[in-house]
Design a protein around this ligand. Sequence first.
Ligand code: F6P
Length: 328
Amino acid sequence: MKSKIKKIGVMTSGGDSPGMNAAIRSVVRACAFYEIECLGIYRGYEGLIEGDFKEMTARSVKGIINKGGTILKSARSKEFRTVEGRKKAHEQATAAGMDALVVIGGDGSFTGAMIFSEEFGFPVMGIPGTIDNDIFGTSSTLGFDTALNTVVECIDKIRDTASSHNRLFFVEVMGRDVGHIALNAGVGAGAEEILIPEENLGKERLVESLKRSRQSGKSSSIVVVAEGDKTGDSVFDLKDYVEQTLPEYEVRVSVLGHMQRGGSPSCYDRVLASRMGVKAVESLLEGKSNFMVGIRDNAMQLCPLDQAVKGKSKIDMDLLRVSDIMTT
Ligand code: F6P
């Protein structure tokens, strides 16, 4: 049966991530392929409320697959959390002839999309765009792979100076309240210790492990600390604690911060974005709504939004076991 959908809106929302532009490109190109109009919505839900739209054609998205960030900008909207705000958004969407919405973002953005869809019967589809990789229903979120490569490159550079000065470095990475970036990049960069919020083995165990590293002949060490880790009050608190208990160590801290959110997306993220954008548009045209497009066992799979927003992706316990072995 021919779909009633004639015009799809696409937005990016929440913290940006590399690969969002590739996903925008894919949604726009898939619309063009199926002869559906596409509206770009600037600044997420803020722009939806304000009617800040732009017609998007296949040519509008040329030359962006390799660009970090998002040409549609992103924002977090307080007003959209109100019924009045969502009503304005719905009026703007219908006035512009929009029949469906693709939201590229994280769990907060999907919660808004789900409520909006339920309140107005408006078809929505989510594409997981966040470096945190913390969304249930997909083994990879857009930007996670690129962020890992960025972090590993940074830690490799830090290791050069750490080993030149026989120093211990605490490197704090993003991930909000999950440890996927820390664990994967820590293993990839050969960190001596990895501290994640999913396990808290305490400061004393950390000190014992550092002592063992020292005794095994390691003259410098890298400890990767997820920003949500609770071993210490902060990465600086850990530094002070180690300096007091292991005076032979010279300790420094490096907080990688927002550079993890930028950069040209990896090939993996570009391909993932291209697959997800097509799946999102085709699912809407098949009459589906209120799902997130995820990748599981390397296949595009739909996950109901109410499950995607409730769950958090679990830490890979086998990788945690491998990381323990690697730090022998
Ligand atoms: O969710 C992505 C993320 O980069 C988190 O890892 C981090 O804690 C947060 O966004 C930072 O938010 P903001 O960009 O608003 O400072």
